[in-house]
Design a protein around this ligand. Structure first.
Ligand code: PEP
Ligand code: MN
Length: 338
């Protein structure tokens, strides 16, 4: 349930309404937006008397919220959430965020070289996996700790914040220390233990949509993180599994619109993992921004033919640069900037 306060409500009225709600057995989340102030009920709201609440001084209206996600729900927080990922980069505002880099960190020369070139093309952050979720146990599993160290070197060299995937709670302390954004990959979207753990820290989390997850399941995973106290959640649509096999996954662009209407959290699109084919990445990236995505995450490799992971979907630094040149004018058309 949410209680919408009148525009001219007083702080005393806000306090009184909150008290009545708390007596009804819920915790109160206060959201002071640009347009309205909202008191959201957290927990079991069956003890709240809707009629009595709506009669209290300062109350505009009371609404029951049927969705199971609360903190992630736009009804509880009408304004868009902005997530500050450090080094001057904020995800979710007018400015688009473009995260670029290889699927995996492979060497110092590779990651620092790619970081320099994507930065000069206008990328806002660097991606690169150090711990990789691979379908086969015989495939390259990532450089691990050494990969994290090299990512830190690339950040030192370029000033770009770094985004990398966390696979196990064991690695959380080192990620907290060395990483700017923790990525929770598609395969771990419903690893509830991991979600609870990243919910307890003060670090932005990039939550990818699960391979076969509904929008509601995805938002419930965001809710797990937010329920722990971490509201720095960035969503990422990366394609879902359908009957189609031509592309690696099916990019669900309508999910961007759905999620932006249902939730206040920023949404990025990953056309690389969605398509699985590098020649499709530019067009799908442009389409994602046209559809209202807050930014992109794109795999870029200096030598895609010899990449240790996901070469087929990786664009070259030159292709990435061409994409960024097209993105600028498009951003302008849709009221964003690069
Ligand atoms: C990745 O970003 O390299 C990755 C493994 O992504 P996803 O979890 O979306 O498959
Ligand atoms: Mn990848």
């Amino acid at each position: 349930m949410v209680v919408v306060l009148k525009r001219d409500h007083t702080e005393d009225q806000l306090r009184d309404v909150s008290k009545v709600m708390e007596q009804g057995g819920v915790k109160v989340m206060v959201s002071r937006g640009s347009e309205v102030t909202i008191l959201g009920a957290e927990g079991d709201s069956s003890g709240l008397d809707e009629e009595a609440l709506s009669q209290l001084p300062g109350v505009e209206k009371v609404m029951r919220v049927s969705e199971p996600y609360k903190k992630a729900n736009r009804k509880y927080h009408p304004d868009d959430t902005l997530v500050d990922i450090g080094r001057g980069v904020v995800v979710g505002g007018r400015k688009l965020t473009v995260i670029a880099g290889p699927c995996s960190v492979e060497s110092e020369e590779q990651i620092v070289g790619i970081a320099r070139s994507v930065k000069s093309s206008g990328a806002s952050a660097l991606r690169g996996g150090a711990y990789k979720p691979r379908t086969s146990p015989y495939s390259f599993q990532g450089m691990g700790l050494e990969g994290l160290r090299l990512l830190n070197e690339a950040r030192e060299a370029t000033g770009l914040p770094i985004v990398t995937e966390l696979m196990s709670p064991d690695q959380l302390p080192i990620f907290e220390e060395t990483v700017d954004v923790i990525q929770i990959g598609a395969r771990n979207m419903q690893n509830f233990d991991l979600l609870k753990k990243v919910g307890k820290i003060d670090k932005p989390v990039l939550l990818k949509r699960g391979l076969s997850s509904t929008i509601e399941e995805w938002l419930m995973s965001a809710e797990y993180i937010m329920a722990g106290g971490n509201d720095k959640v960035i969503l990422c649509e990366r394609g879902i599994r359908t009957f189609e096999t031509y592309t690696r996954n099916t990019l669900d662009l309508s999910a961007v619109l759905a999620v932006k209407s249902l939730s206040h959290l920023p949404v990025l699109v990953d056309p690389s993992h969605a398509c699985g084919r590098s020649w499709m990445v530019e067009k799908m990236a442009l389409a994602a921004v046209a559809a209202g995505a807050d930014g992109l995450i794109i795999e870029v490799h200096n030598d895609p033919g010899n990449a240790m992971c996901d070469g087929a979907q990786s664009v070259t630094p030159d292709q990435f640069d061409a994409l960024m040149r097209k993105l600028g004018p498009l951003a302008d058309c849709v009221g964003r900037e690069l």
